[in-house]
Design a protein around this ligand. Structure first.
Ligand code: ADP
Ligand code: ADP
Ligand code: ZN
Length: 215
């Protein structure tokens, strides 16, 4: 069983890599962004509270996020190991996660940071789209489906773009990353579990590096 965090700014490639590791290692991807978008779409209380905050590119309050993760991590499918994608994003979230895992007698094995320049991130996020059925991530220039308009993974032909994936909101999300999430790097460095990878490399080569870390 492996428990892993993918850490990095919006557009770093966390979701893209998480999907690959999920299949290869039988881990479950836990994306708080995906959970929040599902809550917004379903019109739940959490979704109503999160919608405008997400559209602005700010962080949703810690108590909402921590409650969501605490509930998800208790579900049986997660017992074989997880890949956290987009969580934790603040020191309070990281501390809450440590507490949750300790209570369950589990631990984090690796925190993998993907380092990418801010300018490249704006370009990546602005060109991002995904499969409406399976969520596989694509890019207008860097990662198009092999067959035009057909998902490589599941064969679906519907795609979608996120409301917050525009250049203006991305800049706000990047500043939230630098101010609130970057402090987690020394936090995990001190625990001796941080590995930093070059997120500017090719998608396949990053997957190879991750597989070396996971063994
Ligand atoms: P995150 O989950 O970290 O926000 P994504 O995995 O959704 O990032 O990737 C953002 C966009 O950049 C997507 O359109 C994806 O196809 C593309 N992308 C991901 N990794 C790379 C890479 N190494 N090089 C170029 N483009 C990438
Ligand atoms: P990306 O990796 O491209 O930044 P996400 O899908 O992880 O995008 O997050 C989208 C938005 O959802 C964030 O900008 C933020 O508003 C909200 N969000 C997701 N995860 C968290 C979290 N752990 N804490 C606070 N807000 C979050
Ligand atoms: Zn698909």
């Amino acid at each position: 069983m492996t428990n892993l965090i993918l850490l990095g700014p919006p557009g770093a490639g966390k979701g893209t890599q998480a999907k690959r590791l999920e299949t290869k290692y039988g881990l479950v991807q836990l994306s708080t962004g995906d959970m929040l978008r599902a809550a917004v779409a379903a019109g739940t209380e959490t979704g109503k509270q999160a919608k405008e905050i997400m559209e602005r590119g700010d962080l949703v309050p810690d108590n909402i996020i921590i409650a969501m993760i605490a509930e998800r991590i208790d579900q049986p499918d997660v017992s074989s190991g997880f890949i956290l994608d987009g969580f934790p994003r603040t020191t309070a979230q990281a501390q809450a996660l440590d507490g949750l895992l300790k209570f369950k007698g589990r631990k984090l094995d690796h925190v993998i940071e993907l380092k990418v320049d801010d300018e490249a991130l704006v370009e990546r996020v602005s060109g991002r789209f995904s499969c409406a059925k399976c969520g596989a991530s694509y890019h207008d220039s860097f990662n198009r489906p092999k067959k035009e308009n057909v998902c490589d993974v599941c064969g679906a032909t519907e795609f979608k773009r996120r409301a917050d994936d525009n250049a203006e909101t991305v800049r706000q999300r990047l500043s939230a990353y630098h101010a609130q999430t970057a402090p987690l790097l020394p936090y995990y460095e001190a625990q001796g579990i941080l590995r930093s990878l070059d997120g500017m490399a090719e998608i396949d080569s990053i997957t190879d590096s991750m597989e070396k870390v996971l063994g």
